[in-house]
Design a binder for this molecule. Structure first.
Ligand code: ATP
Ligand code: MG
Length: 559
């Protein structure tokens, strides 16, 4: 038996260490904390797979927590989309939580800080506050309101809360250390006023807690043992701990924040804010446009949940931010669909073939295997007739020995059908081929077992019956950006790198069995790639999205 070798990633090592020292297995608790200000993207998939994956591994609960503290940006439709996507990825949360459910608790803790002289109302502008904070090399200085009395602070904070004070007139700041080498510790703002309706609390609150004040405290309320976030929060950890120091009651579990590297994907963006710009400016049609790196866009493109999970697991968790080439994601979906997708035939750039020795009105229904990778996939019937379509690029009048497709005087096999030989062709005035005349060998039917059917010919082509094929719309997608990291250029905006050819819409001809497919079903168009049925499909017209080609065509181009 092969030795099973399991290495722990650094996050699991942290947990294993804690299990030996401070934590019990029963005490483990994780969360995934999205802000409902957009749709989840492939970067979030890493965080989802990490947190929910740990839940499965340690049999521990995992909360889905909406970090909803900014009514200016958050909406219910984003909450709904996030829930749908996490479920679709195959995960189940223990509790559905909202930071906004803790507003009352956070508020009473803020009062406690004020009463203990650890928080104060500052009535300066944000510019003044920023100036007084100093720089990393220069300590901050106290502003004129730092030593307000507890009574005055309580009264002003009350006015902030009720909306009596105008929006933006004051903020509440934690009183920590203006000399700290960590800028975030220099009296961070913990509440600001915002007279906007919140998607859950409506107009009840005029004050909204800031991220740092909310996050750790929400972790504490939910008794999250390990709060994993991305590396940019490393300097926030000191603040996370300071807030907990003020509140933690020894009888309860104290959460700990640990950081892992953000995952970036090449030729796209992984930031809700930036993706929102693509939607708002009409570069793409919607958040679930199949070109978007959102979970919903990938789903519509034909990605399977398993392929996204495998991708996220494959890249794992890291300690340093890095750029993952999108071809890895494409590899992952190809690998999964190769096992799962039925094979069908469709011709996307047709040229007509007439089989001169085949009866005019005859149609034969030939047996075709659905998936040679999956013996349970069964088979279907495809119609064969005198007039067919093949791909234009599969025929040449003359070609060298390496061209294993159809050329004059030579034979190829038509997949699941007969061996044909090209005899002559017709052309239009510009020299474009309009029709190919072929003969077929009636004894060469695939699977018939005859000597002729076993005859080896070099090329096998896909085809459809011209009269029986159905017309379908096919959307061919390419990378949304021409640059691998469009949002990292100092002097340029990511909009400068939009690929103008990211979508090409064509008409294709598919075998009639395509009609049985439902929205989101994915099939392999043989020799072409994987294609999925788009929700815009109607009774009259099927629409297919190309998920991915069979091979990585970009790798070849950049070699
Ligand atoms: P965005 O800029 O896209 O809004 P965010 O980090 O602000 O990203 P949140 O909704 O706050 O988005 O993220 C929820 C969780 O997902 C956080 O724990 C965050 O660290 C994690 N996350 C977000 N983007 C990535 C990424 N590219 N790689 C790994 N984890 C990520
Ligand atoms: Mg965010």
């Amino acid at each position: 038996m092969a030795e099973e070798k399991q290495t722990l990633n650094f996050i699991e090592q942290i947990i294993e260490e804690d299990l030996k020292t401070t934590h019990s297995k029963e005490g483990l608790y994780f969360r995934f904390p999205p802000e409902p200000n957009g749709y989840l993207h492939i970067g979030h998939a890493s965080s989802i797979c990490l947190n929910f994956g740990l839940g499965l591994k340690y049999n521990a609960p995992v909360n889905l927590r909406f970090d909803d503290t900014n009514p200016a940006k958050e909406e219910q439709r984003f909450v709904d989309a996030i829930k749908k996507d996490v479920q679709w990825l195959g995960y189940h949360w223990t509790k559905e939580c909202y930071a906004s459910d803790y507003f009352e608790q956070l508020y009473s803790w803020a009062l406690l800080l004020i009463k203990e002289g650890k928080a104060y109302v500052d009535s300066q502008s944000s510019e003044e506050i920023a100036l007084q904070k100093g720089t990393p090399t220069q300590p901050g200085v106290a502003g004129p309101y730092r030593d307000r009395s507890v009574e005055e602070n309580l009264s002003l904070f009350q006015q902030m809360k009720t909306g009596e004070a105008p929006q933006g007139a004051h903020v509440l700041r934690a009183k920590i250390d203006l000399q700290s080498t960590n800028m975030l510790m220099r009296d961070p703002v913990i509440y600001r006023t915002l007279h906007k309706s919140h998607h859950r609390t409506g107009t009840d609150w005029k004050i909204f807690p800031m991220y740092d004040w909310t996050h750790g405290e929400s972790d504490y309320i939910e008794q999250i043992s390990h709060s994993f976030c991305t590396l940019e929060f490393l300097p926030h950890r000191e603040l996370y701990d300071w807030f907990l120091d003020q509140l933690v009651d020894g009888s309860k579990l104290r959460p700990k924040q640990r950081e892992f590297a953000r995952r970036n994907l090449s030729h796209t963006l992984v930031s809700k804010r930036k993706l929102a710009r693509l939607v708002e400016q009409g570069v793409v049609d919607s958040w679930d446009d199949p070109r978007m790196p959102t979970i919903s866009g990938l789903r519509r493109r034909g990605y399977t949940a398993a392929s996204i999970r495998n991708f996220a697991e494959g890249i794992g968790v890291g300690k340093r931010d890095n750029l993952i080439d999108v071809s890895r994601l494409e590899f992952s979906v190809r690998e999964d669909l190769n096992k799962k997708a039925n094979r069908v035939m469709a011709v996307l750039d047709p040229v007509k073939v007439t089989i001169t020795n085949y009866p005019q009105d005859k149609t034969e229904w030939l047996e075709a295997e659905n998936n040679q990778e999956d013996t349970d996939a069964g088979s279907r019937q495809v119609p064969f007739s005198k007039e067919l379509y093949i791909e234009r690029e599969d025929f040449r009048e003359e070609a060298n020995k390496k061209f294993f497709r159809l050329k004059l005087g030579k034979e190829v096999r038509l997949k699941n059908a007969y061996i044909i030989k090209a005899e002559s062709c017709e052309k239009d005035a510009d020299g474009n081929i309009t029709e190919i005349h072929c003969t077929y060998d009636p004894n060469s039917k695939s699977g018939s077992g005859t000597q002729e059917s076993l005859r080896k010919v070099k090329g096998t082509l896909h085809w459809v019956s011209a009269s029986k094929a159905i017309e379908v719309e096919v959307r061919l997608y390419d990378r949304l950006f021409t640059d691998p990291s469009p949002d990292t250029h100092k002097d340029k905006d990511f909009m400068d790198f939009i690929n103008p050819d990211s979508l090409k819409v064509i008409t294709g001809y598919g075998e009639p069995s395509l009609k049985q497919l439902k929205v989101e079903d994915t099939v392999q168009f043989q020799r072409l790639g994987y294609f999925t049925v788009d929700p815009q499909t109607t009774e009259e017209k099927m629409v297919f999205n190309r998920t991915v080609g069979l091979r990585d065509s970009w790798a070849k181009l950049t070699e």
